[in-house]
Design a protein around this ligand. Structure first.
Ligand code: XMP
Length: 515
């Protein structure tokens, strides 16, 4: 772990909310680390957390293969808070009774607080709305426990042991639907565990830079950059840590936005001032994609070719020993998650994982951070606002927005339309208000009329979505006048397009990108 200071440990039992617990705690300026529930007791002890949280999860404690923890965890003297499944597990291990409810409870509930001396300190009885999501519930609390709060369907909605070290909540304090959840977590983290709030992005930056400098000791590091926020922040950190030892590689696959290759090159060479190689691989990608129309095949071809080109280029830099990547914490958690919902949420996407055959040692400075923390770090590093708050752009680029065959002409057409969308969204001041705004080129032609003549031309679908994390999304309710401006500009200014449609699908069941 990179961070040295008080921290909390979350043991993950597969809840879709596990990451939220960690985020809420970091918002309290206390560092928080997520580990699988199966982490051995001795390893937990070695970490010396100030407190432990047992997350929720989809299992039932009375199933034969239910995820368990060593019971001794509950008598280490370290405060433990069980949430939902975590509460049930704690009760089950200590002699309480857990049973299925008649009906799965999912949604808001009112909490009646019986004891506001510990977890509910400072909360008024009548203000506590909470979010429930469970199929099992506690029927009898373990010996030595008392009830802190109840709801209509959950008589033991919150419990604690007489020792004041063990707590359990049937509801989810980490979700926004529990408005006072943050106060409840703050009571646990700050009052009960007495963790000192020392998690600051500034100290993280200093520690990380020092650690990388120590690990690399002047040896060379290679980093693939895309112009996106994660790789840009990674580059800026590495520049501080290794200076001239950093070599950035940018692969221009020809599937970027208009002028993007030029802008990225200028930014890295002039503003950031690092060793930078832009590989012009436009023709190679075009050739590889020439006959491909299947979306998965496109993605795979692009991913493989990227890796090959990156590898070729990295080998031309003599004496490289390290490979840096802008992997974020959610990627790490998901790649080693326990079975259960959180394992399946994230996708197929990144071309990231470069081959071990490069035989380089990996450096991942952002692997403990969430996206919003990466942005804070970018600010701390003095990076320009526009590069920190850029909209996400898929690794395979415009290829997944050109349905059907990818050709020179179709890329140029989509780049023009994309530039117009960006310009109008920015003029309307909405670029940062939405998650993404982009055009998609469809593989159909429709009849229209231009001047007095019949036209038979292509269709652009406009996709503008709002989202918190890209996992779910809804189409943005843009003003009609703005939609009209964008549509008419595309039809007038982009040759070959005579129709624009607006995509009003949500994710799920759609996805954000069309391919
Ligand atoms: P979907 O289309 O799955 O996209 O709803 C969710 C988010 O991920 C972005 N995306 C990608 N990002 N490599 C990436 O780095 C990829 O291959 C990729 N595919 C989709 C997409 O733009 C959206 O923000």
């Amino acid at each position: 772990m990179g961070f040295k200071g008080d921290f909390l440990l979350v043991l993950d039992f597969g809840s879709q909310y596990t990451q939220l617990i960690a985020r809420r705690i970091r918002e309290l300026k206390v560092y928080c680390q997520i580990e699988p529930f199966s982490l051995e007791l001795k390893d937990i002890q070695a970490l010396q957390p100030k407190g432990i949280i047992l997350s929720g999860g989809p299992a039932s404690v009375y199933e034969s293969d239910a995820p368990m923890v060593n019971k001794e965890l509950l008598s280490l003297g370290v405060p433990v808070l069980g949430i939902c499944y975590g509460l049930q597990l704690m009760a089950h291990l200590l002699g309480g009774k857990v049973a299925p409810t008649q009906k799965r409870e999912y949604g808001p509930a009112s909490l009646e607080i019986a004891d506001s001396s510990s977890l509910f300190f400072g909360l008024e009885e009548n203000e506590c709305q909470v979010w429930m999501s469970h199929g099992d519930r506690l029927e009898a609390i373990p010996p030595g426990f008392s009830t802190l709060a109840s709801s209509q369907n959950a008589p033991y909605a919150a419990i604690s042991a007489g020792t004041g070290r063990l707590f359990g909540l049937q509801f989810h304090p980490e979700v926004v639907h529990t408005p006072k959840g943050k106060d409840i977590l703050a009571n646990f983290v700050l009052r009960i565990c007495q963790a000192s709030p020392s998690w600051e992005i500034t100290s993280f930056l200093e520690q990380t830079v020092a650690e990388i400098a120590k690990t690399t000791r002047g040896r060379k590091v290679v980093l693939g950059v895309s112009g996106g926020v994660d790789s840009t922040v990674t580059a800026a950190i590495l520049k501080r840590a290794v200076g001239e030892g950093l070599h950035c590689i940018f692969v221009d696959n020809g599937l970027l936005r208009k002028n993007e290759a030029k802008q990225v090159t200028e930014f890295y060479q002039k503003e950031l001032g690092v060793n930078f190689t832009c590989v012009d691989a436009r023709q190679r990608f075009l050739k590889a994609l020439a006959k491909v129309t299947n979306p998965e095949e496109k993605r795979k071809k692009i991913g493989r070719l990227f890796i090959r080109i990156f590898e070729e280029t990295a080998r031309t830099i003599p004496g490289v020993e390290f490979l840096a990547q802008g992997t974020l914490y959610p990627d790490i958690i998901e790649s080693r998650s326990v079975k259960g919902p959180s394992a399946t949420i994230k996708s197929h996407h990144n071309v990231g994982g470069l081959p071990a055959r490069l035989k380089l040692k990996l450096i991942e400075p952002l692997k403990e951070l969430f996206k919003d923390e990466v942005r804070q770090l970018g600010q701390e590093l003095g990076l320009p606002h526009a590069s920190i708050y850029r909209q996400p752009f898929p690794g395979p680029g415009l290829a997944v927005r050109i349905l059907g065959k990818v050709s020179d002409e179709r890329i140029a057409l989509l780049q023009e339309a994309d530039a117009l969308v960006e310009e109008e969204m920015s003029k309307a001041g909405l670029t940062e208000a939405v998650w993404q705004a982009f055009p998609v080129l469809l593989p159909v032609r429709t009849v229209g009329v231009k001047g007095d003549a019949r036209s038979y031309e292509q269709v652009i679908a406009l996709r503008v979505v709002e989202s918190k994390d890209g996992m779910t999304a809804d189409f943005a309710r843009l003003p009609y006048d703005l939609l009209a401006t964008i549509a008419s500009r595309i039809m007038n200014e982009v040759p070959g397009v005579n129709r624009v449609v607006y995509d009003i699908s949500s994710k799920p069941p759609s996805t954000i990108e069309w391919e």
